[in-house]
Design a protein around this ligand. Sequence first.
Ligand SMILES: *Cc1c(COP(=O)(O)O)cnc(C)c1O
Length: 380
Amino acid sequence: MTTHSGSAHSWNTRAVHAGKDDLAALGLHAPPIDLSTTYPSHDVVAEAARLDDFAAGNDDGGPPVYGRVTNPTVRRFENALAELEGAEAAVAFASGMAALSACLLAQVAAGRPEIIGVRPLYGTTDHLLDSGLLGNSVRWVAPEEAASAITGRTGLVVVESPANPTLTEVDLRALTDACAPVPVLVDNTFATPVLQRPLALGATMVLHSATKYLGGHGDVMGGVIACDEEFARSLRQIRFVTGGMLHPIAGYELLRGLATLPVRVRAASATAAELARRLAEHPRVTQVYYPRLGGAMVSFETSADPIALVSAVGLITPAVSLGSVDSLIQHPASLTHRIMDEVARKDAGISPDLVRLSVGLEDVEDLWTDLTQALAQAVR
Ligand SMILES: *Cc1c(COP(=O)(O)O)cnc(C)c1O
């Protein structure tokens, strides 16, 4: 019989098998989808004890009670993602924003409502922190100023690297060293654990909009936090009462996505690096942003009309979001980062001439043909 013990295999192998170690013994090959909202229990006393345990944020992998609290299909995805990020635990939510909200609520409830934010961040993350809608306050700082902004009521340092949409990279090791013991949350949506594992660089929590690369096919929404078991308990407590649980079908799709994540990210990154190189030499491109870390996102500033450019593509889809098997292009100042304060947008380096490209798995020559014809058409 084949077994897949965690440490015995390489990371790429774990991406294929994580969360599925028990399947063979169950006589299964594909993971089952459990759509139950409730579960039979003829032992009321035992069930009551389990509910108390869930309310305290524990999830020992035992029998589920109710679909808002825990679900076996979702748990497979959580276990797999935790393993790939090198975390003790992971807690999955209905979207990336639901996952981030749970982190904020946990810290606000613990009497640590002050958030330190490093711009640029995903537009809605920026808006959530800046609006104070969840009872938090925020101080926006440069990475090297983060430590000096810490007070006794600081709950979280929030950072994205590479950041959206400028692909700015932050020295995560320097930041986490400087801010310890205040928890640092790293949004790892762009890099994915294929290219960067922030917990190994001292981060406390890793956020993914699983909607993007983890799902990878533009057909599932989800969010997840990878962290230690203590934080996971507070996040499960919040999820239990706010109901932002990931749907089991989404859990199934996300687990399936993890198996191809390394191959997808590496292939799309190679294409993105080549497109970044060619764009840098194009006469209508004034600046190209591509992370040293690599990745499948490329941003560039153009002397052409950026809005006309985004409308002129054919093969590439003009759309927000990213991380799908097909390529997407969008204009951050009009769309994803529209919700930000205008001065803050300029300060974060998000120029009105900036275009953001999410590179998929198409052939590099077909993408280049589409980009160059769109650049040619989009004369100001
Ligand atoms: C999309 C995204 C989010 C928000 O995730 P949703 O799944 O849309 O709620 C957060 N951070 C980054 C970097 C994103 O790209």
